[in-house]
Design a protein around this ligand. Sequence first.
Ligand code: SAM
Length: 249
Amino acid sequence: MTFRVDVITLFPEVVEHYAAATILGRAADKDVWRLRCHDPRDATHDVHRTVDDTPFGGGAGMVMKAEPLLATIRSVPDLPRPVVALTPSGRPLTHAVAREFAALEGVTLLCGRYEGIDQRVLDTEVDDEVSVGDFVLAGGELAALCLIEAVVRLRPGALGNDASVMEESFSDGLLEYPHYTKPAEVEGLVVPEILRSGDHARVARWRRAHSLRRTLQRRPDLLTEDALSDEDRRILAEFPDENPPAANG
Ligand code: SAM
């Protein structure tokens, strides 16, 4: 079934242009997903097509007005649910969250601009709020595209090889192992011999060791030494760290 993504944005051309390129464009050609954008300016009635106004209570910046957003959401009879607002206050976008959305039939993404969206829209028509990180973008479009790309590539048929999403970072709670391609030597740097050995069982153990070590070193929030299984400890011992961190002092 085609996964439907509707995006409410003041910059439909930005979203459409990116979505038509690279892997997202190819997936749309194969009916893996379908994009529709809705511009809240089309739901305004004044000559300036006003979508923002000053905040009650004072302060810097402008706020996206409720009426054009509510009218846009309500004017599309088959708008996919949930409606998800992109906002720094939302729940963090992770692989698990992307999987959640990929299991649905579709999603509507609401992109903010200015200081954000009138709270009454969030209270009445928004089902979920998602953040792409602890930083502030100027608008929700890049955040929406992050979510779209993370989700659509999990849909069957989106990638040339569906198996590739099974092995990558976060799919098993670990960061991914290093990759190499031809030639075997670049500027004196040689691809590890095991990866050229044709011994698939040993390659799998080497990759597991590097995934485990990379995750332990870079993301202790995902994995700590005391959570390692006996088998993972054996695998790590089999492939000692080639670049141990420099000792302090
Ligand atoms: N005043 C808001 C705050 O402090 O949380 C930031 C508003 S930001 C300048 C404008 C819009 O960009 C937001 O309404 C949201 O749609 C989007 N945005 C910015 N950072 C984001 C993030 N980390 N994740 C998701 N959306 C983000």
